[in-house]
Structures are given as C-alpha cells and as structure tokens.
Write a protein of this length. Structure first.
Lengths: 267, 332
C-alpha cells in the first residue's frame, strides 16, 4: 500500500513559473526605465540607439545638481541626527529603568511608519507655519530627522533585545563603570545595528517625496521633488537617467545594510 | 567572608501580587570554602547569588562581604566575580581580551595584566587559545574562559551560576573536579548555584538546601545526607523512603526516613522479624545494584537498593528490615 504524500508547497506544479512572473512584475518596469535611460531618442517610448547623452544632460543641469546636493545634505544631517537620537532612545527603552509603558512608548515611536505619510506631511507643514519657521533646508532637515527616527530605532532596539542584558551584567561584574561599559561592550556590539539603522535612515530620507514636497520652498527643492516637477513638463529621458542614478544609489545602500547586518552575527 | 542577615527579596510584577523570592534568609559563608546553594528551580538560589553579586538589591536585610556592608555598592564596586550560566563572554573580544577585561577596568598596569592573563589561562589549561574568538571555541572551552575571566582579577568571592548545566555529562564530571581544584589552588571562596544534588555533594565543603525562598538546612554534604532535618531535604538529597509512622505500627504523627541502601529485604520464609512485611511489586536491575519496590501490608511503598541482591521475584512476600541507627524520625 502506498501512503499518500503529505502536502509540500515546495513541489506545487508551476511554482517556479509563478515566482518568475512575480519577479517580472516587480522588476520589469524598473528594467525598462533603466534601459530607456540609455536611449538616444527624445521620446521615452521609442528606442533609437544606445547613448549616455541623458546622463550628460543631467550632469550639466544646474538645477538637478542643486536639488541632488540638497537631498544629500539633508540625508546626511538627518541620518546622523536621527541615528544618534534613535540609539539613545533604544537604550532608554531597553535598558532604562522604565518599568511600565515600554511597549506603549515603542508603539508611539513607530507610529510614523503606519500613519499615512500625507498626514505626517501636512502636520509637519502646519507645525512649521504655526511656529513661523521658514528656514528652507533647516526645516527639511528637522522634518527628515523626525521621520527617520523610527527606521533607525527599530534595528537598534531589536539588537539590544536579542543581546539581552547578561553581557552588560558581565561587564559591570568585571568592574566597568557605566561609560566604559558603553564604550567597550554595548557600543561595539551595537555597531552593526547602528550602521543598518543609519543606512535605512539615509535611504528613507533620500527617497522621501511627500514630506519634502510640503515642507520645501524655493531654493530648498530636493531631488524627488525636482523630478516630479520635471515630469509635469512631460517625461523626457533625462527623468529616466536621474531615476537610474537614484536607483543605483539606493541599491548600493540597501545592499550595504544587508551585508552589515549579516556580518557580525555573533554565535 | 559573606554574611547574609535576614535578607528578603520580592519582585513587583505588573499583574500579580509581589513574588517573594527570598524570605528572611540568614547564612554565613566562610573564608576559603566551596559553598553551594542547592534547590529546585524557583527556590531563590539564583536570586540570592544576584544579591551577592549586586545585580539586585535586597528588599530588606543586610549583606556583608569581608566585614563591610555592600548594600549601597553596585556590582563594579564589589570584589566579587561571576561565572554566568550562559558564560556571557564578550563576542567581539579575543579570549585574552576577555580575560584581561576586569583587570583593565581596575586600571591595572599592562605588565600585571599580561602576567595575570597568562596565569589564568594556564590555570584553566587554555594557554594556546589566547588569540581565538569565543565563537571559535567549544562549549567546554568557553566555560573555562568564563572561569579564567572571573578569576583573573583575584576577587575575594567567585560566584558560579549553574556553570555546568550546558555541558554534557562527561565534560561536567571533568569540570567538577577542575573547579574543586581551582578553589583549593586559589583559596578564593566559591559560591555555586545548582539544582543537581549529585554535583553539590561531590564539590561542596558545605551546602545550603533551599526551597521556595527559604533555606531549609545548611551543613556538610555528609551531614545533610545522613541527618536531613526536613522531609524535603531528605527527599531532594539522594533518594529516601518517607514512611508514615502508621505503616510501621508506630506513632502516626511521625514520618520515618530511611535510605534505600540501608533497607534489607528478605523472604518471609527466612523467618526474620523486621520492621514490616510486604510484597515485591517491581524489580529494577541497575548493574552493580538491584532496586526492589515493596508494597507494605499497610499500603505504603518503599524502595530497597542492595548489592547483588537475594534472588527475589515480583510478587514474593518479604520482610523489610534496617538498623534503627540509620533511620531518621521527623514530625509530620
């Protein structure tokens, strides 16, 4: 008598074809965008031969360069500020003397991840105008720092929780005062998580559109906001080229975050 | 060395009443002794260890180490080092850096640190492993690094929290005699926490048996084995028969405690008088010994362990006997 095989989803017929289709659905549009960035035609949808001319056009476009510079400066400042705040916050949540309300505080900090971004964008705008703050780039840096905090905080908090408190207890037991304990034990063990959090914050800041759109003013346009402006005048292959550059930068950072996360996994 | 006076500890929990981990515990641990806190999980032994280390503060009572009250001292100010159950080696440091950590934090000079690290690694027989990372070591080796790290600063007390529980049986036996040797060689007071009574009997100078936050009895291993003051102690340390007085035709308010190896079982036909009669209900062959389970006529059950063993079979009617000197009588 042959026994019936138990259900095994790995051997469902057509699974690999289905998976391939999903990946195609995900990545075909990106691929097309990248391919047409190298198109020599003015028309986005007609292929006329390989060319770098749109990349050259992007490089020579002063407005794009300014916008890119703004984006990068904002991302760097927001990354440093949000990661520092997130590290302190994660330590307070996981190692502080808080007895109750820890999960409520964590939920509150993570809320920007689930609140519709448009709500955050409008609130931020109203907040700044209410205070009469019109400082261009500085407004954007503050806004980006705030919404980057949860992205930086979550990996650091998860790492602290995984680590448990025993290593720090061992450090105290071996005569380390609080500062040296942090320098010699806690911080080195957190470095992979802090790097992952910082990279996440950087990418999120660089990619942000809605909040930057609301908060930016003339002279403090970020790259995504500028690209959106270009699109309204009609999609030119220049948009493809700049998008391809942004895509490449994002991929590099996300890959770096993954690599950093994988390395330094201690047994 | 360590004087624990009426120490209580309760933990506040979110939803339930406070948990009383220790109830008014008093203990004295002497200089240069191997002292063991023994008890089942949840008896408060680890809490007591953490109070001595300084990771927790007592709710009431006083702890003195080497004569001075340590209540206000955080762990980094106590000359007490801990070997953690999970070893808690710093994964980002080499073996040598781990062992050097305590001395470095005490701002010891470099030459002294190097010397002590070498000494400590020699003591645990890991001379060749100084440059390795903890992750590159086996469990037994990590354990020895943890011991070396805790001993290198030469504390006045070494605390060991179930240090052998993660090792397999053979390694465990080896480490038991290693730890005993280290205690003798260093002259440091060792306080071991364990739930393994065999381990406690084999290693300790004295044992405190604990249950639900109370210390039931303190004494040498032999003292505790031969003279249990309490039903729980008798039952927890080695195996014991706890026989109701009524089953032996004695005072029903008393419980008679007899070790299985002290009970002689012989066939009724042999004519011995003994303390009671019964029938063999099970026989377990243990290699050098044989374990008989006997159901007495009055209903109680007892175990007898004998070398070689008379040729008895299940169902045989037997007489059980022992010398009055080996039994202990406790009030119910």
């Amino acid at each position: 008598m042959t026994s019936a095989k138990p259900f095994d989803w790995r051997h469902t017929p057509g699974l690999s074809a289905y998976t391939a289709l999903i990946f195609l659905f995900f990545y075909a549009p990106l691929l097309i965008l990248v391919i047409y960035a190298f198109n020599s035609s003015r028309l986005v949808t007609v292929w006329a031969g390989f060319s770098f001319k749109w990349f050259v056009a992007v490089a020579n476009n002063g407005a794009i360069r300014d916008a890119a510079f703004n984006s990068i400066i904002i991302a760097i400042v927001a990354t440093i500020a949000s990661t520092a705040i997130a590290t302190a916050g994660a330590l307070a949540l996981e190692r502080g003397r808080l007895r109750f309300g820890r999960s409520a505080a964590t939920a509150l900090i993570a809320m920007p991840l689930v609140v519709p971004e448009i709500v955050v964008a409008i609130t931020t705008l109203i907040f700044f105008s209410g205070l009469g703050m019109h400082h261009g780039l500085i407004n954007l840096m503050i806004a980006h720092t705030v919404f980057c905090i949860p992205f930086a905080l979550l990996p650091i908090q998860a790492r602290l929780r995984d680590m448990g408190g025993t290593l720090e207890e061992a450090g105290r037991d071996l005569y380390a005062d609080e500062w040296r304990l942090f320098r010699r034990v806690t911080l080195p063990l957190l470095v992979p998580a802090i790097s992952a959090g910082a990279i996440m914050a950087f990418v999120v800041s660089l990619d942000d559109f809605l909040i930057s759109m609301m908060v930016s003013s003339a002279g403090s346009t970020t790259l995504p906001v500028y690209i959106y402006g270009m699109m309204r005048l009609g999609v030119t292959p220049e948009v493809n080229a700049i998008s391809t550059i942004l895509l490449a930068v994002s991929i590099v950072f996300v890959a770096a975050a993954l690599l950093v996360g994988r390395r330094n996994k201690f047994a | 060395m360590i004087d624990i006076q009426s120490v209580s500890k309760s933990f506040v929990t979110r939803d339930a009443d406070p948990v009383h981990a220790l109830n008014d515990v008093s203990l004295e641990i002497y200089d240069n002794e191997f002292f063991t806190l023994l008890g089942p999980s949840g008896c408060g032994k680890t809490t007591l260890l953490r109070l001595i280390a300084g990771f927790e503060a007592p709710s009431s009572g006083a702890i003195r180490i080497a004569g001075s009250d340590v209540a206000a001292l955080p762990p980094q100010k106590r000359s007490v080092n801990t070997v953690f159950q999970s070893y808690a080696l710093f994964p980002h440091m080499s073996v040598a850096e781990n062992v050097a950590f305590g001395l470095e934090m005490q701002n010891a000079p470099k030459s002294l640190i190097d010397e002590r690290v070498r000494e400590a690694l020699e003591m645990v027989r890991l001379e060749g492993f100084a440059a390795r990372r903890p992750a590159q070591l086996s469990g037994g080796q990590q354990q020895r690094v943890a011991v070396a790290r805790a001993l290198a600063p030469k504390p006045s007390v070494l605390l060991l929290d179930e240090p052998l529980s993660a090792l397999d049986l053979k390694l465990r036996k080896g480490m038991q005699s290693e730890l005993k040797r280290l205690q003798r060689e260093t002259g440091i007071t060792f306080v071991l926490v364990t739930h393994d009574q065999e381990e406690a009997l084999a290693m300790s100078d004295r044992i405190a048996v604990m249950r639900s936050g109370d210390v039931l009895q303190v004494g040498t291993p032999r003292d505790i084995y031969d003279n249990p003051q309490d039903r729980f102690v008798a039952d927890f340390i080695g195996e014991s028969n706890l026989l109701p007085g009524a089953a032996l035709g004695r005072d029903p308010a008393k419980t008679i405690i007899v070790r299985p190896e002290h009970i002689v079982v012989s066939p009724v036909a042999d004519g011995a008088k003994g303390h009671a009669r019964g029938a063999v209900s099970a026989i377990t062959f243990l290699g050098s010994d044989t374990l008989y389970e006997v159901v007495l006529e009055e209903g109680a059950k007892l175990h007898s362990r004998s070398r070689g063993g008379a040729a008895l079979a299940t169902g045989d009617r037997v007489v059980v006997d022992w010398a009055r000197a080996v039994e202990r009588e406790l009030a119910n």
